[in-house]
Design a protein around this ligand. Structure first.
Ligand code: QAP
Ligand code: CO
Length: 168
């Protein structure tokens, strides 16, 4: 097991489009375990592979209270169910310290494979729907700050960039 370093906005590597996972093998299972460990340590409720500088189409999440329901989504395909939208205060391990409301489709469906290569489908609403949409956005190089006004986004970018300079 290993804790992986998390890339932080505005790192350009977060803007890569992630590649499909072709073979779900031991390396992928190890990456999923390391991502879960990294997410729980943070602590967070969702993490995409690109955030640990692995541009692959996979993500992990656990929205359970007791943090005992890890879920692994490989090559997820997401679609909205209906036109209803809902707003949720979102954060991101790659945008530490900032939470802002984002409006997204309220109900979704995701088809994916698990770490054993078995296909499954989930229909979700509430926090799970928000979290899945947020994480699937990462696979396209998209971040929740992209939904904010440019004023808010620039404020966040400048504050994080300043922190990064102080850390170096
Ligand atoms: C995505 O985000 C998400 O700013 C997952 O200082 C978040 O796990 C989807 C975190 C909210 C829906 C709603 C953020 C940890 C964790 C921070 C996370 C921080 C420490 C974020
Ligand atoms: Co995120």
């Amino acid at each position: 097991m290993a804790l992986l370093p998390i890339l932080e906005y505005p790192d350009p590597r977060l803007r890569q489009k992630a590649h499909p996972v072709v073979h779900i093998d031991q390396r992928i299972r190890q990456l999923a375990q390391d991502m879960l460990e990294t997410m729980y340590d943070a602590p967070g409720i969702g993490l995409a592979a690109i955030q640990v500088n692995e541009p692959l189409r996979m993500l992990v999440l656990d929205i359970s209270e007791d943090k005992d329901q890890p879920q692994v989504f490989i090559n997820p395909v997401l679609s909205a169910l209906g036109d209803e939208r809902s707003s949720y205060d979102e954060g991101c391990l790659s945008v530490p310290g900032f939470y802002e409301p984002v409006e997204r489709p309220a109900r979704i469906r995701v088809e994916a494979q698990n770490e054993h290569g078995v296909s499954f489908i989930v229909e979700a609403d509430g926090l799970l729907a928000t979290c899945l949409q947020h994480e699937v956005d990462h696979l396209e190089g998209k971040l929740f700050v992209d939904y904010l006004s440019s004023l808010k986004r620039e404020r966040i970018r400048k504050k994080l960039q300043k922190q990064h300079k102080l850390q170096d």
